[in-house]
Design a protein. Sequence first.
Length: 236
Amino acid sequence: MFSDNGLLQPHPSFGAPQQRVTVSSLTYQLDFFLSSSPWHQLQMPGAAGCVATLLHDAAMNPAEVVKQRMQMYNSPYHRVTDCVRAVWQNEGAGAFYRSYTTQLTMNVPFQAIHFMTYEFLQEHFNPQRRYNPSSHVLSGACAGAVAAAATTPLDVCKTLLNTQESLALNSNITGHITGMASAFRTVYQVGGVTAYFRGVQARVIYQIPSTAIAWSVYEFFKYLITKRQEEWRAGK
């Protein structure tokens, strides 16, 4: 990969933490509106993650398509504009949202599992819900690992939909792959059951530091803001 594509080709872009901001704000909103409801407290973070994913993916799915095509092995695209122009001309505007349903099918359960696992672990490691950096890092890392492993088959299918990988299309399969059901069949035809979990280790390894850092930063600023608000109220 490095010899053909260069050192920076696997990382043509770095995403902003938009999803974390959206999910964090929705966590506060749902906690406010559902505080008097009979919902279990593990369900509220799961619902917040689901709602945030619907909004986030609607805006970010085209960028995800472009990113994955630029990260493909020996990708013909060197600039984002080249990739966008080629996809638009060759496949039409619908190509940017071909994987949207699958994206939701993967990300909604990912965020639900992620948030509920984090809350479950916090109940055990930090039942008093005080600011505890070690518990936030550990809970965040474990939550990301569990969610990543559980949703790997969906990520494999989403990647196939976005990239329309030539290896799969040349394996006695003609035409574009459309929809999650078609992607699931194609993955099975090409590699069997084990193909659904190809890359699971890399996915888990990527998510562990990502979610650990995200939750520790979120909890740190939440602690600072809460502390400032309490000091401000005490000084009134």
